[in-house]
Design a protein. Structure first.
Length: 207
């Protein structure tokens, strides 16, 4: 099964020219998530082959649009999108934050088995977390509304830091509720590699 998952990832991400080590680690991450999912209910996606487009490709698709080298993924769940991004971007540091202990235990085990030294895993609510250093980017995927994300995470980025919010659906109402102390920098239409799924990434910054 690992070979099947590797080929699926290689095909889906062929335009990014990831090295063999990264592809191997992404495939092993999928297999770990599939194994732990049976007991820990990490994701509603129930088989490994479906996890590739839904979780791996859907995470990596944001990579060309990120700016900086220090990121925090808030409400990361089982490490999405932060852990696949950390594998694909070994020169960057990723903090993976979630308040669910089962999910953070899984991420600790995944980091250990995959030999990832560019991630930090935090079991906390985002409002209670105070980073030692500010971040270049704050990532969220299916975490909260834009207004809630900005309110809860305003203390995380540095002076030039940005918020990167992945949205399957984005309404004008949600955009209109962005606090006046922030502005929408970009709205990027994302198409998953090798799939027909689309979503938007909203890039925001403080004024």
């Amino acid at each position: 099964m690992l070979d099947v998952i590797q080929r699926q990832i290689e095909s889906g991400l062929k335009d990014l020219d990831l090295n063999v080590e990264a592809t191997d680690k992404l495939a092993r991450f999928v297999m770990l998530m599939d194994k732990w999912n049976k007991a820990y209910n990490l994701t509603s996606v129930r088989n490994a082959e479906d996890m590739v487009p839904r979780h791996i490709l859907d995470s990596i698709v944001v990579m060309p649009h990120l700016e900086g080298t220090r990121f925090i993924d808030v409400g990361t769940g089982p490490g999405l999108p932060g852990l696949p991004l950390a594998i694909a971007m070994p020169h960057c540091h990723f903090t993976l934050l979630d308040s669910n202990g089962k999910r953070t235990r899984f991420m600790f085990q995944a980091a250990l088995e995959l030999g990832l030294d560019n991630i930090e895993i935090i079991n906390s609510r985002v409002e209670a977390y105070q980073p030692a250093q500010p971040y270049d980017g704050v990532l969220s995927r299916a975490f909260a509304s834009l207004s809630d994300m900005l309110r809860w995470c305003a203390h995380l980025p540095g002076p030039n830091g940005k918020f990167f919010a992945l949205k399957a659906h984005l309404s004008e109402d949600e955009l209109s509720e962005v606090p006046k102390s922030f502005k929408v920098n970009k709205q990027i239409q994302l198409s998953d590699y090798d799939t027909d799924r689309t979503r938007q990434m909203v890039v925001l910054e403080s004024l």
